[in-house]
Write a protein that binds this ligand. Structure first.
Ligand SMILES: [Zn+2]
Ligand SMILES: [Zn+2]
Length: 157
């Protein structure tokens, strides 16, 4: 199979069930784009007929291009994981056609971190003026500091 980028990957299980122990190796690259999440995955795996049951094994390498949850700057992240599962009558099985691409995408979403940050110490954006605080303090921050001082001053007075 060619390793080009696709949005769907379906494998017909008819030949898989022709004999016990039959195997269908596969290798594809899949991509998905939703809102700020741009995902590309390299998938190498095999479908096995294990006593009449289809077993799926796949190594998935994912590159995620998204934005930092705090400062909105672009973030590139990579994760790798292995899928090992029994294929049963589910939403990904349409007759004898198994939507391996969708199984992979579902597993990618299970393995994604809840949020991405450009750096654990990212300072984020100023809630007042929207300035990226990683590039230095904005004037609003000085005002906040001034306010604190003025409260202290009142208390002292
Ligand atoms: Zn950031
Ligand atoms: Zn500001």
């Amino acid at each position: 199979m060619n390793n080009y980028i696709i949005s769907s990957m379906k494998i017909d299980l008819i030949s898989l069930f022709s004999s016990d122990g039959f195997e269908i190796p596969f290798n594809f690259k899949i991509s998905s784009k939703e809102q700020a999440l741009d995902i590309t995955a390299d998938v190498v795996g095999i479908l096995k007929n294990f006593s009449g049951m289809a077993h799926l094994e796949a190594d998935v390498g994912v590159v995620i291009n998204t934005q930092c949850a705090r400062c909105l700057e672009p973030v590139k992240s990579e994760i790798e994981f292995t899928i090992i599962e029994k294929v049963e009558d589910d939403e990904n099985l349409d007759g004898s056609l198994l939507d391996v691409g969708n199984i992979v995408l579902q597993n990618i979403h299970l393995n994604l971190p809840i949020r991405f940050v450009c750096d654990p110490n990212c300072k984020g954006l100023c809630p007042k003026c929207g300035a990226n605080l990683n590039n230095g303090l904005c004037k609003c921050d000085n005002e906040i500091v001034d306010e604190r001082f003025s409260v202290l001053k009142k208390l002292l007075d």
